[in-house]
Design a protein around this ligand. Structure first.
Ligand code: DGJ
Length: 765
């Protein structure tokens, strides 16, 4: 809900309020972002203007306490007395960089702020979303900034973006234009950011917000595995569950930049948007530039509160409408089972087994097309490899459909190998600077998505395969960072990176909007482009090429701060793991992957009968609780030990609590697994998910385990407790022998990365 009274703007969400006002001099003064308040006289929360001493520059000599440098602002101009980092740097037609934007008018409309080129939050019609447009005009030049604030019903996320209009007779150049900026008093904030690399995405870093500016950014051409665009701030007193915390993210998949600046007035300035490094944009007379949308949220329920707001926003308003709250199928993907070495018989045998194990969607990964027998060739040629599929792809898809499985295919449409028919026909489509040999990554070059002809080719190729095969799912991969940013079509190649992303969005829109039933899973060497922009096209993202569940605990927990379980594609793979050689029980592999969109990615021919029995139990359990696991309210419980992870999902009166360990100590004590969100007086049962230990992994120990001799697996005895919600919240004491009552000590010492899941439900009468 958005109201305006006497030039004070009151934005109210389900649990938060965001206020700002027009000052007597026309700037927008940020007043408050915190727990929901009834709109009222804002004087109590307004910053007192007390400056005017020493070197301070007064914006108006008649009003010496009014300095832009100490004013908490909504979107600061440049060069008129605010010496903090600026969200906007413009080169004006007169050659100056000075801007001075003041309030001109505002309007409040129903609905979201539409965009033809950039991802937006979506809303069902007539649900009460509103957008406030505040127009600022430069005092000298006919340039306006339209600041848009959108509130979605029942959501605690506010989206912001800016549209600049050049109404002068001359072109102007944008050097920086952020999507959102605001200033707040410092409450001892810590910054939570998510950095990493290939196969170690989303590592959670915490640092104090102290003097200076912290810059979080990407220059890879994508949102990147190096630095996710999303971040959180927690006030000094905040924990996972309590205290003030803020979250910021961007609906954008390209180079991004966020600046978190602590200023000498003990304020914090936040801004986020397109990365200004290597970026310029010329705006011709009469034209406009639109920024991506930023997503902001606040919670007084700590970091979990912020995460839950983002999860709800993504499930309700970001992913394509056809997949909002729709259960996602259990995938089998052949990549780690076969790599490029497969044919239709081999795949069909895998599909038959996958079906028997409870899988619902069979995905053929890289290698089905052109001469793609390894990663040096074939990218760009999406015609089926007739040696691998002598009966053609439509016939194979039909056969697998006949098993009762959905079918998916892998593509990497943004890339080309030099050894491909496409490159031989169109070398000019590969991104390079004339005269400079382009840098290769994974033996491939980037296609120039700024060119309409390239966009048309990709749309035609991918659409044709989808339509002629009848596939249900597409995995859209992108396996290198972008270099040699240049397109002959562009007058200014500082526009390349943003135009590439606009080209990507145009292609995705043209392929998938007319085919809303096709489930799109995006991927970029794992989680190299895990962002809100991609989620507007495909509701789930392959999170990491690291499928080791022990490392995945860190990656998935990092993702959980910003993205819901329904977005996190997670597969059970072979043990020893192919990236780390770590041996992990199938139970733990399944338990970790169950806190995302579950899949399997292993050679099914290598499974023992006991493995098969366990996988059937896993898929049955997952299907029974799938909606809860994918869409339930997710909570991180703080770890008592750094190697432990405690996750919970809850919906209505049912919860699943997961307890995971990355390392097990031989002399482990007791642990506490709190379960929150339950009715304090209601009696619940809490039952461990039945799981088994595969003795093949512990062959050397069989002599010490007489009860196990002659068996290949031991079903774990199911643990069972009853108690009120209050008792379960207080803590259930677990000995970490819970997985293996009776046998555990010896097995544990061999490196059993223990985990278990508990289902908590009201006791039946
Ligand atoms: C990188 C992806 O992350 C993998 O899952 C797989 O699809 C390979 N590319 C295939 O080349």
């Amino acid at each position: 809900m958005i109201e305006e009274r006497q030039h004070v703007f009151y934005i109210t969400t389900a649990h938060t309020s965001y206020w700002f006002r027009v000052t007597a001099h026309g700037q927008l003064e940020h007043l408050y972002y915190g727990p929901r308040l009834t709109p009222q006289d804002p004087t109590a929360v307004a910053f007192k203007h007390t400056s005017g001493l020493g070197s301070t520059v007064a914006y108006d000599e008649q009003d010496w306490t009014y300095s832009l440098d100490t004013l908490p602002q909504e979107y600061a101009s440049f060069g008129r007395g605010d010496f903090r980092d600026s969200p906007l740097i413009l080169k004006m037609a007169d050659g100056s960089y000075v801007s001075d934007f003041v309030y001109q008018e505002h309007h409040i409309y129903s609905g979201v702020a539409p965009s033809k080129t950039l991802p937006q939050a979506t809303d069902q019609p007539d649900t009460g979303s509103q957008t406030l447009y505040v127009t600022l005009r430069d005092k000298l030049q006919a340039i306006t900034l339209e600041l848009a604030y959108t509130v979605l019903p029942d959501s605690d996320v506010i989206t912001r973006r800016v549209v600049l209009h050049n109404n002068t007779a001359k072109p102007l150049v944008i050097d920086r234009i952020m999507s959102a900026q605001w200033d707040m008093p410092n409450r001892g904030y810590a910054l939570h950011s998510f950095a990493g690399a290939w196969a170690s995405e989303m590592q959670h870093h915490v640092q104090p917000v102290t003097d200076g500016t912290i810059v979080l950014n990407s220059l890879t051409g994508g949102s990147s595995n190096k630095q996710n665009p999303g971040f959180l701030l927690s006030a000094a007193e905040a924990t996972e569950d309590t205290g003030w915390a803020y979250g910021v993210n961007l609906l954008y998949s390209g180079n991004h930049e966020s600046r978190i600046q602590h200023t000498n007035q003990n304020f914090v300035r936040l801004m986020t948007g397109i990365n200004s490094q290597g970026f310029h944009w010329s705006v011709a007379p009469g034209e406009a530039f639109e920024t991506p949308s930023a997503a902001l949220t606040f919670s007084d329920r700590g970091l979990n509160g912020v995460s839950q707001h983002f999860h709800k926003f993504i499930n309700d308003n970001v992913v394509p409408p056809a997949f909002q709250h729709q259960d996602r199928p259990i995938v089998y993907n052949n990549w780690e089972a076969t790599y490029f070495n497969f044919n239709e018989d081999k795949l069909f045998a895998l599909a038959q087994q996958a079906k028997d194990l409870g899988v619902e969607l069979f995905v053929i990964d890289d290698g089905w097309f052109g001469t793609r027998d390894d990663d040096t060739q074939g990218l760009g040629d999406y015609t089926v490899n007739a040696r691998k599929f002598p009966h053609g792809l439509p016939a194979f898809v039909q056969r697998v459909h006949g098993l009762g499985l959905k079918v998916g295919l892998w593509f990497e449409p943004e890339m080309v190998n030099e050894n491909s028919d496409l490159y031989r026909a169109h070398p000019e489509w590969a991104v390079h600077v004339p005269g400079r040999a382009p840098v290769l990554g994974r033996h491939q070059l980037v296609l120039d998505l700024t060119q309409p002809a390239v966009q048309d080719y990709i749309v035609q190729q991918v659409s044709h395969v989808i339509d002629t095969t009848g596939i249900d799912y597409v995995k859209w991969d992108m396996n290198r960072h972008i270099t040699d940013m240049y397109s002959p079509a562009l007058a200014d190649n500082a526009e390349f990176n943003h135009r590439y992303i606009l080209g990507l969005y145009a292609v995705l829109r043209r392929i998938f909007r007319p085919r809303p039933q096709v489930l799109l899973e995006t991927c970029s060497s794992g989680g190299n482009r895990f962002d809100l922009g991609m989620l507007t096209f495909g509701p789930q993202i392959w999170s990491s090429d690291d499928t080791d569940p022990i490392e995945r605990l860190t990656i998935q927990q990092g993702l959980s701060y910003l993205y819901p379980q329904s977005a996190i594609s997670a597969h059970v793979s072979a043990s020893p793991n192919q990236q780390t050689l770590r041996v992990v029980p199938l139970s733990t592999r399944g338990n970790v992957a169950s806190f995302g969109v579950l899949g399997y990615e292993m050679d099914l021919n290598a499974l023992t009968d006991a493995d098969r029995a366990e996988i059937r139990e896993q898929t049955a359990f997952y299907k029974q609780y799938r909606h809860l696991l994918q869409f339930g309210t997710f909570t991180r419980h703080p770890a008592a030990q750094p190697q432990q992870f405690r996750w919970q999902v809850q919906a209505g009166d049912t919860a699943i609590a997961g307890f995971f360990q990355q390392h097990i100590s031989a002399a482990h004590g007791y642990d506490c697994l709190p379960v929150t969100g339950l009715a304090p007086e209601t009696m619940y049962t809490m039952a461990s998910k039945p799981q088994r230990i595969m003795l093949s992994q512990y062959a050397g120990l069989l002599d010490h385990l007489p009860a196990a001799q002659g068996r290949t697996s031991i079903p774990d005895a199911q643990e069972h407790y009853t108690g009120t919600g209050a008792l379960l919240a207080t803590g259930v004491m677990l000995n970490n022998q819970f997985m293996l009552s009776g046998y555990s000590d010896q097995v544990r010492m061999l490196g059993d990365y223990g985990s278990t899941l508990y289902v908590i439900q009201p006791e039946q009468e």
